[in-house]
Write a protein that binds this ligand. Sequence first.
Ligand code: AMP
Length: 414
Amino acid sequence: MNKKTIDQIDLNGKRVIIRVDFNVPMKGQQITNNKRIVAAIPTIKKAYESGAKVILLSHLGRIKEESDKAKKTLKPVAKELSNLINKSVKFIPETSGTIVKEAVKNMQDGDIIMLENTRFEDLNNKSESKNNPKLGKFWASLCDVFINDAFGTSHRSHASNVGIASNVSESAIGYLVEQEIEKISKAINNPARPAIAIIGGAKVTDKIQTIDHLIQNVDRVIIAGGMAHTFSKAQGLSVGNSLVQEEEIVELARNYLKKYQEKIVLPIDAALSPKFDNIAPIYNKYNSLEIPDGYMGLDIGPKTIELFKKVLNGAKTVIWNGPVGVCEFSNYSYGTSELAKIIGSLPNAYTVVGGGDSVAAIMNLGLESKFSHISTGGGACLMMLEGKPLPGVVAIQNKDDQPRKKVKIESSKK
Ligand code: AMP
């Protein structure tokens, strides 16, 4: 990769902003899974051990109104990080302004501070999510070096990644981003064959674009989950009340089915329900994804599980994004769990998984160690599968770029 990495910059005595992805699941003030915090530690450690003044930025959830703030504060995350690295992490309950500037000014080499949730700035005309140039410049003015280690948000062009990177003197990617790119690229660029991709989930409009690119690099693409019904409608099968997209997308699916007939694998049965609810499933009796009127397909059925097992047998590379059923409902999570077990037990296969629900299924089954790479970013992983560059990485300096002129300290008032 042509991007500067953290190892190529002298961090000693410098003010370094690290954009991390601490968007962790919480129950009240309790972090229920600290995987994302743990994943950022190597980069944070490298920075403070090199004598940098480390300023951490992250988002947590979405902030739409003032009342969201109390539930989405990063304060417990700062405490968790501090416990994990056994070092003080000073939490600053602001995202901009004089308090932030003063806190940075008072830092000693090796100190760590964490600012409040970057999305608090979204209450200000969506400054963070819409990459308000003033906000990016303000944050850039706080540091000498910017490190992007938030793979999970690298598919977005926000003030806290692209905004800072475009205004800072030196920038690089952290270890987590470097590793994610390397490991996902290995599965899509010249993969060991046979290579199989599995695309599930519900965001059909986003994901259907992926298929066109991905299918060029793999031998088969399994399409399941909510996605599958759009494809069966395209084949003229009945879909009942299942999730299907508008005609334009059905037409796209029809084109793909024509163009890539031999490579696309679709479910052949389903677990049905008369409503979108966690009630006992009914299995259809057809040998196709035919859904009767009044029902919806919420999971793959046993014949499909057998079919997918056969297709995956002997695979040397597997890329999986998205659940094959409504895995939030215990009655419809069976297919996703079985698929996780099948992929996890493939001998000598390079297996990559991205996307919250598929990753959660693997973790619930305790199968993490059976996979080659579990990505911390569903959307970013998907964008790579689509063959598109990640804006949060594109904005980082190339290996040979010289440091740019520093931006002047911006007024804290945006
Ligand atoms: P995505 O974010 O695109 O990976 O979609 C994940 C969502 O897909 C989960 O919330 C699942 O409930 C949903 N999903 C999976 N299969 C189906 C299905 N057959 N019908 C409706 N939703 C589904």
